[in-house]
Write a protein that binds this ligand. Structure first.
Ligand code: SIN
Length: 182
């Protein structure tokens, strides 16, 4: 993998704030999966005892639902090993390296590395009502900044691409309503 370089599919903070020495970047889709703010963050957007909520991908039960759209980055051989070390460190709070077929913007299927946090990992929080998700995101802050900034950065990145993810935009609406009550 590090000898040939690798493709990384990004759907959360790695889309909005990659901080990676990528050589190529393009839009791509990961069919059958969808974003959810179901993973706890004790190290970036929250703290031990007061975790924030960040994204993971979960299987999409609705077969007719649109695929998850993210970025596909190519990390060339010269930087691959260092990039993997940095990624493993950054995603250490419950995410594991997985490999999935993704479709690049030319329609080509590629095997990509995806950092996924599944149910049962120590930082897993799981589903909750929208108002609870919003309340937790409004309250949380960690070494990487506020949890609201994580949400708004991603929403802005998706909007720039002309994309809307209903889970993300519903949450942005609920968080804005809490921050600016009428
Ligand atoms: C990703 O962005 O691909 C992984 C999840 C995150 O770091 O937000």
């Amino acid at each position: 993998m590090t000898r040939e370089g690798f493709w990384l599919f990004a759907y959360g903070s790695l889309m909005a704030r990659p901080r990676l020495p990528w050589r190529e970047r393009m839009e791509a889709t990961m069919p059958g999966w969808t974003r959810r703010f179901w993973q706890g963050s004790h190290d970036h957007r929250g703290r031990p005892g007061a975790p924030g909520r960040v994204l993971t991908l979960v299987p999409e039960p609705d077969r007719g639902a649109p695929p998850c759209v993210g970025f596909l980055y190519f990390l060339p051989p010269a930087v691959a090993r260092g990039a993997l070390t940095r990624l493993d460190y950054r995603e250490k709070n419950g995410y594991v390296r997985t490999f999935h077929p993704v479709i690049d913007r030319f329609g080509t299927a590629r095997e990509a590395l995806v950092y996924l946090a599944g149910p049962g990992n120590p930082a897993w929080l799981g589903p909750a009502p929208l108002s609870d998700l919003a309340a937790q995101i409004c309250a949380a802050e960690g070494p990487s900044g506020t949890n609201t900034a994580y949400l708004f950065d991603l929403h802005r990145t998706l909007a720039r691409l002309g994309l809307e993810d209903p889970h993300v935009s519903d949450l942005v609406g609920a968080v804005r309503a809490r921050l600016n009550p009428a």
